[in-house]
Ligand binder design. Structure first.
Ligand code: ZN
Ligand code: ZN
Length: 466
């Protein structure tokens, strides 16, 4: 039986049955043997809370990724047909559902969506949700989401109307508390759902090495003894399992700095712009290395909108895609401080620059004065890795130009060793490993639940039914 055939029937309503009085049910609609696409529905007879609403990424994204484009206006209905969106009644924007869809039925219970952080495998489908449903996230996540739209990023559907959580939100008889964690994007948090019959804790994505993991360690303390602990397990997906020390942000900059020092000419880099802290650090470090960091237009607009200082992008002398040009226009029109540089300036002093590439405009590398042997410093920017469809063509371009890849990444996810420690000391009634290809690799002395797609579980992990 294929993975899809084994799931709830395509497009049909699921998750609608009300739990018994005083009973909380938990259903998982993604992140099951995949990295990302997390969606956790917590329901009582009086309320529903959905934790994250992520898009499938990497190996789970082939149906609507790479050369395949979504059909305009059918982004949701097509995904429902192939189980890339859960059939939860009353969740989705009715305007995007077929007339006869049973999912248009309103659920009488108050329902709210909570976003752990602004990565697309957690927030990517928020624009498809019924606009009448409250959407909550940390203040920094709200800011980042708005900055990304400002810079030209388009959500599926409409821009999510996120509200900033102060500390807790009451939804019927469920109380949801946001607790900061360390990840690689501003505003990442986990959630604690206080239900009448127990407590569910959800990590979102986290690690225990960025900033010494102080937020994540505080989160671990805060959720100790939860009835059900749902944890990400990204790094259990890869062998050999990483248990040792992880590169620090200083290490990342040090590797990048050494690569720049080895080349007298232009150096190239890819860093993920939503890691605002790393981007900001790179701008400052490049300056110390005698180089100016140059970003594509939309990335520059995004970083400037996030308050990053010293942002430099291309002027009109370098052709960029329409998206990048529009980003620059938006930044300038909004009066944001973005400096520009021209191709001729870079050509006359290639060693004075460090350039972020646009992975969607690979031939544009030909405009740059790159010499064979020049470094492409990969620090988790696009293309993200071999699991992405644009990785192979990008490597072909690097090879054609004689560029040398320098790996300077540092994961945003907890190592296998840190995860094991975290769950071993969690005191949780049951642990649910999620958001990883090999959840079965998580070990602990107590119960572990490997949930099935769409099945209802009690907070103690026992099966409630479909
Ligand atoms: Zn994730
Ligand atoms: Zn993430």
């Amino acid at each position: 039986m294929s993975a899809i055939a084994g799931r709830a029937t395509a497009g049909r309503a699921s998750g609608g049955a009300e739990p018994g009085a005083g009973q909380t049910s938990v259903r998982f609609y993604g992140g099951l043997r995949e990295i990302g696409a997390s969606k956790i529905l917590v329901s009582t007879a009086r309320a529903r809370v959905l934790l994250d609403i992520g898009l499938p990424m990497g190996e789970g994204s082939e149906l609507f990724g790479g050369v395949v484009h979504e059909r305009p206006g059918r982004e949701l209905s097509d995904r429902l047909r192939v189980n890339q969106a859960p059939g939860i009644p009353g969740l989705w924007d009715p305007a995007l559902l077929p007339e006869q869809s049973p999912l248009r039925a309103r659920d009488p219970r108050p329902t709210a969506l909570f976003i752990s952080h602004a990565h697309l495998d957690h927030i990517g489908m928020a624009g498809l949700v019924d606009p009448g449903i409250a959407q909550w996230a940390s203040g920094e996540t709200v800011r980042l989401s708005r900055a990304s739209v400002f810079a030209g990023y388009h959500y599926l559907g409409r821009e999510p109307q996120l509200q900033a959580i102060d500390s807790t939100v009451q939804v019927g008889d469920l109380r949801v508390e946001a607790v900061p964690v360390d990840h690689d994007v501003p505003g990442a948090c986990g959630f604690i759902v206080h239900a009448p019959d127990g407590v569910l804790a959800y990590t979102g994505d986290l690690n225990f090495h960025r900033h010494g993991g102080r937020n994540s360690l505080a989160f671990a303390q805060r959720v100790h003894g939860a009835s059900m602990l749902v944890t990400e397990t990204t790094m259990l997906s890869f062998e050999p399992l990483a248990t040792g020390p992880v590169r620090t942000e200083d290490d990342v900059l040090s590797i990048a700095g050494q690569a720049c020092a080895r080349t007298p000419g232009l150096a190239l880099v890819s860093v993920y712009e939503r890691d605002v802290e790393r981007c900001s650090a790179l701008i400052g470090a490049a300056r110390r290395w005698g180089r100016t960091m140059v970003w594509p237009g939309a990335v520059a607009a995004f970083l400037a909108a996030m308050g990053v200082e010293g942002v430099v992008t291309w002027d009109r002398t370098r052709p960029q895609t329409a998206l990048q040009c529009a980003g620059l226009d938006a930044a300038l029109a909004a009066g944001l401080t973005v400096q520009t540089v021209g191709l001729s300036e870079v050509a006359s002093d290639p060693g004075g620059y460090l350039v972020q590439l646009d992975a969607r405009d690979m031939p544009a590398m030909l405009d740059l004065p790159v010499e064979p042997g020049a470094p492409w410093i990969h620090a988790q920017g696009e293309p993200l890795g071999p699991f992405m469809p644009d990785w192979a063509p990008f490597q072909a371009w690097l090879s054609a130009l004689g560029l040398v890849r320098v790996d300077a990444g540092s994961t945003g996810h907890a190592t296998a060793g840190d995860l094991t420690d975290f769950v071993a000391h969690s005191g949780a009634g049951v642990v649910v490993p999620l958001h990883g290809r090999h959840p079965e690799r998580l070990r602990r002395p107590g119960p572990i639940l490997l949930p099935e797609y769409g099945r209802a579980y009690a907070l103690d992990g026992s099966v409630l039914g479909r």
